[in-house]
Design a protein around this ligand. Structure first.
Ligand SMILES: [Zn+2]
Length: 212
């Protein structure tokens, strides 16, 4: 990890006290970064009794998982360690507009700031996909949970760099087809998808982000 991340301090100074949450280190993880066998994400967030608050997206505490018993909803509270197990379709309301399915467990930990006004830290950790492991961007009918579209990318071979490109392609394909968004079972027309990075939203996608 030291070889991949540059900080200004001499290595002797930080070697015994590698501080992920140091501002100089943190910025390297503001999206996701591969280090060794893992992928890390570190974000500064206002984390309080209302949950997780993103400066641009608002409250992003509500998460959904699709399991054998259907869709379950949870709320990401301060210091609640959350684990989404490999293979579980999951999404976070207003944060990314698709169901993410991958072959690695994902771990999330929101650490509040020292005072109600101070930004805290949101820590995300997951294994780096290897070999035939994949990531998938999927959409299910919001009325009846029928699978509408599943866009799979070979993250194990193309690496993390292919993830964001695949995400945009998946959203473009889904949004570009009224047929894909129309449920073959119940006929419901589902809202547009959107990417994780809000800066990529088209006006129509920004509207969809407010909805789901
Ligand atoms: Zn449906």
């Amino acid at each position: 990890m030291f070889a991949e991340i540059e900080v200004k301090e001499p290595i002797e100074k930080i070697f015994d006290d590698w501080d992920f949450l140091n501002d100089q280190v943190l910025k390297h993880f503001s999206t996701f970064k591969v280090a060794g066998h893992n992928i890390y994400g570190l974000r500064r967030r206002l984390i309080d009794s209302t949950g997780m608050n993103d400066p641009k997206k608002g409250n992003i505490s509500r998460f959904l998982e699709l399991g054998p018993k259907g869709i379950s909803e949870g709320h990401q509270n301060p210091l609640d360690l959350r684990v989404t197990t490999a293979g579980t379709p999951h999404r976070v309301m207003h944060n990314f507009g698709y169901w993410h399915i991958n072959d690695k467990d994902e771990l999330y930990l929101p650490i509040p700031g020292r005072s109600p006004e101070e930004l805290g830290y949101y820590v995300i950790l997951m294994g780096l996909p290897k070999g035939k492991e994949t990531d998938s961007f999927a959409w299910y009918c919001e009325d009846c949970s029928t699978l509408l579209y599943d866009h799979v990318i070979d993250t194990g071979t193309i690496g993390l760099a292919g993830f964001w490109k695949g995400e945009r392609e998946a959203v473009n394909t889904y949004n570009g087809s009224l047929k894909l968004r129309t449920c073959p079972e119940c006929g419901h027309v589902n809202p547009l998808g959107y990417c994780w990075n809000k800066a990529k939203d088209t006006p129509a996608e920004a509207e969809a982000r407010l909805h789901w």
